[in-house]
Design a protein around this ligand. Structure first.
Ligand code: FAD
Length: 575
């Protein structure tokens, strides 16, 4: 059995930042990081637009309180305000620390870090490295954790969380290279496994964003929080779904319908294209539904609207958002200097996740904690984004809460000993699971069920929702779950068998999809990204609370948890 003081599952920004903090605070600890991709291929590397912090380099009127207010208003008042205060107060410090680690931020003429406008933020506070911010940060963090000698298990797939008697004890993992199985025990287990965009058929997320950590937590009997809140980013490139960063609108691009109108004037007259994402995604979907979308031949009535950069000019486009130009050129054949880019909403971010407190300790209920189990980043819900996240607050969450969680772990494990784990039993169960998958003689391809699950979620739990539509989706999902035992793997080998991973991921997609839809059905109101056409208004009396969903094979049980409202009174949200 493998043994480490701490094991971190996930090599993205949250996992790397936590590892760095543990190494800095308690260098004597033996820390391991596991990632199913190589860490620098984590989805964090694809983050484009930037990271928010009130450095006041271009706007001295900014303050952490203003950042906190924008975040809470953006969240439609579902964010926990104590967690938001920590996020926004610690932001300048973590960004300066990144700078000291060597991150190449874009600069002002005087050499200080440049800051740009972003949706829902009332001041220019988003720091960036052109439109490759995630790349710049993740590479430096990874560099640093290598320097500290963290043990890295890359291309190992974690398939199970070992949780016994309310204590996390370790994980079971599968080596993609040769099919080897290992049990790893540790004094503390941290999940930083990222999001689940692949539950939907059109997403900005990478292929690895399959919600594994969420599913493993749910299957271990622990709750997931606020999973009905899925962020649809307004500007996914049509038809691929990949992201055209909000930075493009931050730098001045327009959204245009088939009539040539900047239609955001109808939906958010003050903020226009820089309204928060939930509002902008609904606006685009409404324009398309009402026949003011476009087709590729330029005629009206099609499935997308235009993002127009032409007035910005070649020099600004190429210096501030070069990657977006390149993406549109490569994937849609559009030269954004002379042509508008076709865009529509794409599944982007998970506001919900594994419930944690502000030290990253995982909750087992509204008032209880799990021993030795931590989480941070997109897989966690602390909750700083509530019902809708503001752009550039997620990278910030990863570094602020990655650091806080790393720091808490470094202290927590000091008086802990390694747990007792029945290695033989866990290995046998994992072997059995893999063997059964390989032996299945069904006739359904993994791809076919996955596609159906993704279509189901997109059609039945998208930007706009109603009870009937969600209910229908839940019924369809039951059919796909039954078909799972009928899938056939073509590859029966153990070397680089990516089909085994796909099969395990498919199960996770279905668990996460069911939790999302069940939460969405029960939340009979519209708040942030959750928009119910049959309940079009926010209902604070009944639903100003977090959902806790407990998964079991018999069904999902929902409970509720109060929201921390210690700073700002909920108001109607207008932009
Ligand atoms: C295209 C795009 C652009 C974005 N731009 C911005 C932006 O400009 N600003 C901003 O604030 N936010 C942005 N976001 C959101 C932000 O990038 C993510 O929320 C954040 O990077 C998530 O980091 P993470 O560390 O939580 O997870 P990730 O970076 O997703 O890392 C997850 C890690 O977990 C590992 N893992 C998962 N499952 C398993 C398993 N079963 N076994 C082993 N390892 C596993 C993966 O291999 C990976 O290493 C963007 C997101 C996308 C998709």
């Amino acid at each position: 059995m493998l043994e480490h003081d701490v094991v971190i599952v996930g090599g993205g920004l949250a996992g790397c930042r936590a590892a760095l903090e543990i190494a800095r605070k308690a260098p004597e600890l033996n820390v391991a990081m596991i990632a199913k991709t190589h860490p620098i291929r984590s989805h964090s590397v694809a983050a484009q637009g930037g990271i928010a912090a009130t450095l006041k380099n271009v706007d001295d009127q900014d303050s952490w309180e203003a950042h906190a207010f924008d975040t809470i208003k953006g969240s439609d008042y579902l964010a926990d305000q104590d967690a938001v205060a920590l996020l926004t107060q610690e932001a300048p410090d973590v960004v300066i620390d990144l700078e000291h680690l060597g991150v190449l931020f874009s600069r002002l003429e005087d050499g200080r870090i440049a800051q740009r406008a972003f949706g829902g933020h009332s001041h220019n506070r988003t720091c960036y490295a052109a439109d490759k911010t995630g790349h710049a940060i993740l590479h430096e963090l990874y560099n640093n954790i290598r320097r500290y000698g963290i043990t890295i298990y890359d291309e190992w797939y974690v398939m199970r969380l070992i949780l016994e008697d309310n204590r996390a004890k370790g994980v079971v993992m599968y080596h993609l290279l040769d099919g080897e199985l290992q049990v790893l025990r540790a004094k503390a287990v941290m999940f930083a496994t990222g999001g689940y965009g692949r539950v939907f058929n059109t997403t900005s997320n990478d292929f690895a964003s399959t919600g594994d950590g969420l599913s493993m937590t749910a299957l271990a009997g622990l709750p997931l929080e606020d999973m009905e809140f899925v962020q649809f980013h307004p500007t996914g490139l049509y038809p691929a779904g990949v992201l055209i960063s909000e930075a493009v609108r931050g730098e001045g691009a327009y959204l245009i319908n088939s009539e040539g109108d900047r239609f955001m004037a109808t939906y958010a007259p003050n903020k226009m294209e820089l309204a928060p994402r939930d509002i902008t995604s609904r606006a685009i979907t409404t324009e398309i539904r009402q026949g003011r979308g476009l087709n590729l031949d330029g005629s009206a009535g099609g499935p997308f609207v235009y993002l127009d950069l032409r007035h910005m000019g070649r020099e600004k486009i190429m210096s501030r958002v070069p990657f977006c130009w390149e993406e549109s050129h490569r994937l849609a054949g559009v030269d954004a200097v002379t042509e508008p880019i076709p865009v529509r909403p794409t599944a982007h971010y998970s506001m919900g996740g594994i419930p944690v407190n502000t030290d990253g300790r995982v909750r087992n209920s509204a008032d209880g904690l799990v021993d030795n189990f931590f989480a941070a980043g997109e897989c966690a819900c602390v909750s700083v984004h509530g019902a809708n996240r503001l752009g550039s607050n997620s990278l910030l969450e990863c570094v602020v809460y990655g650091r806080r969680t790393g720091s808490a772990i470094a202290t927590y494990v000091q008086d802990q000993s390694l747990p007792r784990v029945n290695e033989t039993q866990y290995l046998q169960e994992a072997q059995q699971q893999i063997k059964a998958l390989l032996a299945q003689s069904g006739d359904i391809r993994i791809h076919d069920i996955r596609q159906q699950v993704q279509d189901c979620l997109s059609q039945h739990c998208g930007v706009f929702r109603t009870a009937d539509i969600i209910q229908e989706g839940l019924e369809q999902l039951q059919t796909y779950k039954q078909q799972y035992s009928n899938i056939r793997l073509d590859d029966k080998d153990t070397l680089w068998n990516t089909e085994i991973i796909e099969a395990l991921e498919l199960r996770n997609l279905m668990v996460v999809g069911e939790v999302i839809m069940t939460g969405a059905l029960q939340r009979q109101e519209s708040r942030g990204a959750h928009s119910r056409e049959d309940f079009p208004t926010r209902n604070d009396n009944q639903f100003l609370q977090h959902t806790l969903a407990y998964f079991s094979t018999a069904g999902i049980e929902l409970k509720y948890m109060p929201v921390n409202l210690n700073q700002f009174e909920p108001q109607e949200r207008k932009y």
